[in-house]
Design a protein around this ligand. Structure first.
Ligand code: ZN
Length: 81
């Protein structure tokens, strides 16, 4: 099950689309995007306290759950990176 979220939904500043089959994959792809496009934010994420990190994850999981899965016939144009 493939889902798409925007960088903004993950707490980032742009509307770049990030996709993943699992929450873990989505987080990983999101972090990759942050490292390349928003290195300052990436550093901030890495220096989050355990508490902040758990809060972020809980929030992320809520958004993940409320995000629609996209079908294989989706005509959204994705760019593989
Ligand atoms: Zn971004």
């Amino acid at each position: 099950m493939m889902k798409t979220m925007t960088c903004r939904e993950l707490g980032g500043p742009c509307d770049h689309k990030i996709r993943g089959n699992t929450p873990e994959e989505m987080m990983e792809n999101g972090m990759k995007h942050l490292k390349i496009e928003h290195p300052d934010m990436s550093k901030k994420m890495e220096s989050m306290t355990k508490e902040e990190n758990e809060k972020w994850r809980a929030d992320f999981m809520k958004k993940w759950d409320s995000t629609e899965e996209i079908g294989m016939d989706s005509d959204e144009d994705f760019v593989m990176e």
